[in-house]
Ligand binder design. Structure first.
Ligand code: PEP
Ligand code: MG
Length: 544
């Protein structure tokens, strides 16, 4: 038996054979052809197949990981048919009289180089996409399986690193777990693993010779057993059975109240990124949506989403939730979330840069469009709005002025809207320190512990080198949470947590003791946290 350790990003046990996953990079040869017409035809057919594959991948990915994460395949399908890209390939085939594989690979390399040299983060990122689609077409032309194919047997995928697009392409039925050498726990791939409920380890010193061997991923201890001894195998099978029993037990909590043993009711809500995630919110019986990350609507689009298109999305979510609370966070774009049409440009320190509410208060037209859509949708359900990255009372006052303007416009146009609760995210130390003043301006606070940890500890949440000291349990972070709750309550605000920390079962008791009113967690964490709440009593505020 061999043992390796890593960092777990999703708890659970997986037992199965290892598939050492490598990106198949093809060596493409330049071959002279006589019949360029036939070569162009081959190329056209391969493009059709590629578009078909990408559409199918998109449909599957939407079902498995939601629209937001699946959007990459839609973009790829568009890129495959892009005029300049197609012209370049056709031109190489015709003028150089060469095989389609060579024309596609050459165009892929040229475009990718051109993108990577651009002084724009969005276009730089497209370099990888254009390589990806070219590889797909070359693979089709030469009859090679595409990346993401993990065969017919269930496997533990071991890889150097996995791109989100590769993870999402893997057949969920066959993917038992994944183990990588690179990656960070806040990476997109890690978030996908959690969404897909798949045990996963990162930072493991992987070896190619493990390919095909039986192995166990223990997501509880972060251990990877290769060719495990009988005793370990039996122990882990027992643990796996226990997990299944626990999941079944959790199902019995559906329909039950989120209430402590001594009668304190908690609002237990779920976080979503789009309409598709609502199914999971309902399946896990959350009492509402505590964070709808609306920026994903903007990230999925090629241009600013119109008021009408946004209205339809918010309305649908509100209607599907049938009167349950839906808290929509207004556009939180910038930093790691970029959309080219915003033309945000390069910043040396984007996490502390032009982002979120700062953009909305600067480009009021964008903000007003979203607010109009939200208020209109509020006539169809129980919508609340919250604003991200607040640092001052002045910002909140400006927001309120714009909201009043929007409401007046709707009144004049006789457009109906509901009674909309207004809240802010508390995710900067500045907001915590003036939470007594902010509380007098709004109905509720929702603590964004992901950013609050980043800004309190001065640790970039995207930097995997600092994963080991990005400590959300740091007393400074916990004191910030406690102070926010105290100040909120003093001034009549209810207070929730919508950052990842809200789903940390080891902190549920502490949050209850601090007096938390709401926890908003990934849908799959709703029932485990409900179980915790129902087994606990509220004690006095903790000494931190
Ligand atoms: C947070 O910062 O905790 C949060 C919920 O927002 P996001 O993770 O989208 O920045
Ligand atoms: Mg945040």
């Amino acid at each position: 038996m061999e043992k390796a350790t890593g960092k777990s990003i999703f708890k659970g046990i997986a037992i199965g054979r290892i598939l050492f996953y490598q990106k198949g990079e093809q060596q493409v040869k330049r071959v002279k052809v006589e019949d360029t017409e036939a070569e162009l035809k081959r190329y056209e057919q391969a493009t059709e197949i590629a578009v078909g594959q990408l559409n199918e991948l998109y449909q599957n990915a939407v079902k498995e990981v939601g629209e937001t994460n699946a959007a990459v395949f839609e973009v790829h399908a568009i890129m495959v048919q892009d005029g300049d890209y197609v012209d370049s390939i056709r031109n190489i085939i015709e003028t150089q009289q060469v095989n389609a594989e060579f024309a596609v690979a050459t165009t892929g390399d040229n475009f990718s180089k051109m993108f990577s040299e651009m002084d724009d983060e969005y276009f730089k990122a497209r370099a990888a996409d254009v390589k990806d689609i070219s590889e797909r077409i070359v693979n089709i032309l030469s009859g090679v399986e595409n990346s993401g194919d993990i065969g017919d047997e269930p496997v533990i995928v071991v890889a150097e690193d996995l791109a989100p697009s590769e993870t999402v392409q893997m057949d969920k039925e066959k993917l038992l777990a994944f183990v990588t050498r690179l990656g960070s726990s806040n990476s997109h791939t890690a978030i996908l693993a959690r969404t897909m409920n798949i045990p996963a380890l990162i930072e493991v010193e992987i070896k190619e010779e493990w390919n095909g061997k039986l192995a166990i991923v223990d997501g509880y201890s972060g251990t990877f057993y290769i060719e495990p001894e009988e005793e370990i195998l039996a122990q882990m099978k027992e643990r796996q059975d226990e997990d299944i029993r626990n999941r079944k037990l959790l199902q019995q909590l559906k329909g039950k109240e989120d209430i402590t043993l001594d009668g304190k009711k908690i609002k237990l809500y779920a976080n979503i990124g789009g309409v598709k995630d609502v199914a999971s919110v309902l399946a896990n019986d959350a009492a509402g949506i505590g964070l709808f990350r609306s920026e994903f609507l903007y990230l999925e689009a090629d241009d600013y989403p119109s008021e009408e298109s946004q209205f339809l999305v918010y309305k649908k979510v509100a209607e599907n939730m049938a009167g349950k609370k839906v808290i929509v966070r207004t556009l939180d774009i910038g930093a790691d979330k970029q959309a080219d049409y915003f033309q945000l440009g390069h910043e040396d320190n984007p996490a502390m840069g032009y982002r979120a509410i700062r953009i909305c208060l600067d480009r009021v037209d964008i903000f007003k469009t979203q607010l109009r859509a939200l208020f209109r949708a509020s006539a169809f359900g129980n919508i609340a709005i919250m604003y991200p990255m607040i640092i001052s009372v002045n910002e909140v006052k400006k927001i309120k002025e714009i909201v009043e303007l929007v409401k007046k416009e709707l009144d004049v146009q006789e457009v109906p809207y509901g009674n909309v609760e207004q809240g802010i995210m508390i995710e900067t130390p500045a907001a915590v320190m003036i939470s007594d003043l902010l509380a007098q301006e709004v109905d509720f606070f929702s603590i964004g512990t992901n950013d609050l940890t980043q800004y309190t500890l001065a640790i970039d949440r995207q930097n995997s080198k600092l994963d080991n000291i990005y400590d959300s349990h740091h007393p400074a972070v916990l004191r910030m949470i406690q102070k926010t709750i105290e100040n909120g309550h003093k001034h009549g605000c209810w207070v929730g947590i919508c950052g990842e920390l809200g789903a940390d079962p080891t902190l549920t008791q502490a949050f209850l003791n601090m007096g938390i009113d709401e926890l908003s967690v990934s849908p799959t964490f709703v029932l485990p946290i409900r179980k915790n709440i129902r087994e606990m009593k509220v004690n006095g505020a903790p000494e931190l």
